[in-house]
Write a protein that binds this ligand. Structure first.
Ligand code: 5GP
Ligand code: MN
Length: 337
């Protein structure tokens, strides 16, 4: 993978460009994709954002989201667009299989592939150009840097500002996680000067739940949470019948894992949710417990030091049993000061 500044000259010649991100895009994946979209169209490129799957409804206010193609629903059209692409931007993921069924089309595409991402251990050989910076709070911050460093700061408009703010805000936990560096606040100051209304964005993201989501949260905390005090760990497991009972949709479970870390003394929080094809784990930690390594070693996953995901083909009960078994090896790490 060549460095990202080697790619900058390609921006000057109008091209067919595809932007994609990880499956079930979150605020950062969708925000960085749309921020890049609103930048590239100003340079005269023909740009399409293709999401590997659907996304949470609370992202549907975002500028340009109506033009995003859901690969799972529009495979033929998406493939036609990929076949014509000169350049594919891969945003907010480190490994091609994070794009689910888009992995093979991406592997087969012969065009230039550009990575912009902040996850640990990227699959560098899969990309021609790119930048991977785990110190960055979000891919949205990296897209901001990309626009500025390529000499186009003047192109940052209100659509770009609203898109990029979304990912910066969601991936920093509203500016509380350690990666919230001075550069993040300087960037937000710039976006505010362009007229960004940040309270509206917080409200769109966090105050748009339906009653069933709150009832489900209460149910899960009461009935599906287990606190393992000897490991300073809390876990939650959600069966598919729980999701059906409360009519839970994509995005409704986002943030549930964070409740676990709000308990005094808890350093490791984990939730497993029965998605039809697999059991999906989310891991969160506070301080020096490395959930990226934990997810890689035990649950075919990865991510960041303090936030990662994983998967299993086992049943919910079986994967929870396995989790508890491997947890016993971390007793010392989770109890050290
Ligand atoms: P979440 O728990 O919110 O789904 O994911 C936490 C972080 O880990 C996100 O940055 C997400 O992109 C990443 N992540 C989630 N699942 C996986 C996975 O299976 N593999 C890798 N490499 N990263 C993941
Ligand atoms: Mn991200």
């Amino acid at each position: 993978m060549e460095s990202i500044d080697q790619f900058f000259p390609f921006l000057n010649t109008p091209a067919n460009i595809v932007i994609t991100c990880h499956q079930k895009p979150d605020g950062d994946a969708m925000g960085s994709s749309l921020g890049m979209y609103h930048f590239l169209i100003q340079l005269g490129h023909r740009v399409t954002v293709i999401s590997p799957t659907n996304w949470a409804e609370f992202l549907n206010w975002m500028p340009g989201v109506g033009k995003v193609i859901n690969y799972e629903y529009n495979k033929i059209r998406a493939q036609e667009i990929i076949d014509k692409a000169d350049i594919i931007f891969c945003l907010d993921f480190n490994i091609l299989h994070r794009t689910k069924h888009l992995e093979m089309p991406l592997l087969k595409a012969k065009c230039i592939k550009v990575l912009i991402d902040h996850h640990e251990q990227p699959q560098e050989e899969a990309f021609d150009y790119g930048i991977s910076k785990t110190s960055k709070c979000s891919t949205c911050e990296m897209v901001y840097d990309f626009i500025v460093d390529s000499g186009h700061a003047d192109k940052i408009n209100i659509d770009i500002a609203r898109s990029l703010y979304t990912g910066v805000m969601t991936d920093t936990g509203s500016f509380r996680f350690p990666a919230t560096s001075p550069s993040v606040h300087l960037m937000v100051a710039h976006l505010k000067k362009l007229g960004l209304e940040h309270t509206e964005i917080h409200s769109n993201i966090f105050d748009s739940a339906l009653e069933n989501k709150l009832r489900f949260t209460g149910f899960a905390l009461l009935n599906r949470m287990e606190v393992l005090y000897e490991y300073n760990t809390a876990i939650m497991h959600i069966y598919s019948q729980d999701l059906k009972r409360f009519d839970i949709k994509t995005g409704d479970t986002e943030g549930l894992v964070n409740y676990l870390l709000t308990m005094q003394g808890i350093r490791f929080g984990a939730i497993v949710i029965d998605r039809d094809e697999e059991r999906k784990w989310s891991f969160r930690s506070k301080g020096d417990f490395d959930v990226n390594t934990f997810a890689r070693l035990h649950f075919e996953g990865g991510g960041h030091f303090n936030a990662a995901g994983g998967r299993s083909d086992d049943s919910v009960d079986e994967t929870v049993r396995k989790f508890k078994l491997v947890l016993s090896d971390y007793r010392q790490d989770l109890n050290s000061k």
